[in-house]
Design a protein around this ligand. Structure first.
Ligand code: SF4
Length: 328
């Protein structure tokens, strides 16, 4: 029986952190057993905001591939590829740009929000405005049925559905409207208690050395009420406990929460338990990352095979698209 296709990508614009691992990659790994998963490194997407300095893109692309594999993606079960190596994405992007009303792109909420957020960059470019269009091309070129997203990203998928529908109405029914594959992503906080994010400089990276991870957790913010070990605290106010909820066992969570409330455990010991559990998750990733960093041939082989497989599907879709549009 043919499995339904799932499509998802990640921008190659810097290192991945624990939030990316728990929020997306682990889910990708689960999905590869149930669906025909296509996962890609979105290196063109990183140009939409980072076009002025492209010096790190190649290295980031390689690092992302390493993280995909280190986190457990299996190239025998899913298709892993690099966006910029499949030029058909650009062709479809161009053709879709002919039929997409400007207003649809301008009203995407992240368009204005991100421009505000990244004020230091000049984002008054077509590439930035057209980001959702490229994203749509990425998805529908594989005629994917599902895109794994969190509930807050569902509206972002709507524009892809609208564009697919518009193409189908004008020319021919070629594209299925991609559906959200809803996933509950646990919210991962950073070492300062805000959402873990590169831009807040509060992240624990998959590429961090064990010593760095230990140091980051040791110096994490705790419940401010616990100045001395004898002060009682509220674990719910402590970012450390938020991470325990993700990385520690139920028993350990109860132990530290109870100990925090009764001042039966000190923050140093509480963090030691968290360090042990975060290490448990990261150690296999570190080992795999080290192996892969020294195996450029293996990485190239994974990228080549995945890209060739994806390209075949993209070529077939573009053949249908050109035909439907009456192109040569
Ligand atoms: S005991 Fe643990 S949960 Fe409580 S404040 Fe200290 S670090 Fe946070």
């Amino acid at each position: 029986m043919n499995k339904e296709r799932v499509l998802s990508g990640m921008q190659s614009s810097g290192k991945l952190h624990l939030g990316n691992l728990v929020g997306a990659l682990r889910n990708w790994v689960r999905l590869q057993d149930q669906y025909d998963c296509f996962y890609f490194v979105a290196d063109w997407h990183s140009l939409t905001t980072g076009y002025a300095d492209t010096s790190g893109i190649k290295e980031s692309t390689k690092d992302l591939l390493i993280n995909f594999l280190a986190a457990g993606l299996d190239p025998e079960k899913c298709t892993i590829f690099i966006q910029s190596r499949i030029l058909e994405h650009a062709e479809l992007h161009l053709l879709l740009s002919m039929i997409t009303p400007l207003g649809w792109l301008e009203r995407v909420p992240t368009y204005k929000e991100k421009q505000q957020e990244l004020k230091e960059k000049d984002l008054a470019t077509y590439g930035f405005l057209g980001y959702p269009l490229l994203q749509t091309a990425d998805i529908i070129i594989y005629r994917a049925k599902y895109v794994p997203v969190g509930i807050d990203q569902v509206p972002h998928l709507e524009i892809s559905r609208e564009i697919a529908r518009r193409f189908n109405n004008i020319y021919k029914e070629i594209f299925p409207e991609p559906e959200a594959l809803l996933t509950e992503f646990p919210k991962v906080v950073g070492v300062d208690g805000r959402k873990m994010s590169k831009s807040y400089d509060n992240a624990i990276y998959l590429s961090d050395e064990p010593k760095t991870v230990e140091q980051k957790i040791r110096t994490m913010v705790t419940d401010p009420a616990r100045v001395k070990k004898t002060d009682k605290g509220d674990p719910e106010l402590s970012p450390v406990y938020q991470l325990h909820k993700i990385f520690s066992s139920k028993e350990e969570q109860e132990e530290v929460a109870g100990g925090c409330r009764t001042a039966g455990i000190g923050c140093i010991d509480c963090k030691k338990i968290l360090i042990k559990n975060v290490f448990k998750v990261m150690e296999p990733i570190w080992t795999k990352r080290n192996e892969l960093r020294n195996s450029p041939d293996l990485l190239n082989d994974v990228a080549d095979r995945g890209t060739a497989k994806a390209k075949k599907v993209a070529e077939e879709t573009m053949r249908l698209v050109r035909e439907a549009m009456g192109l040569y």
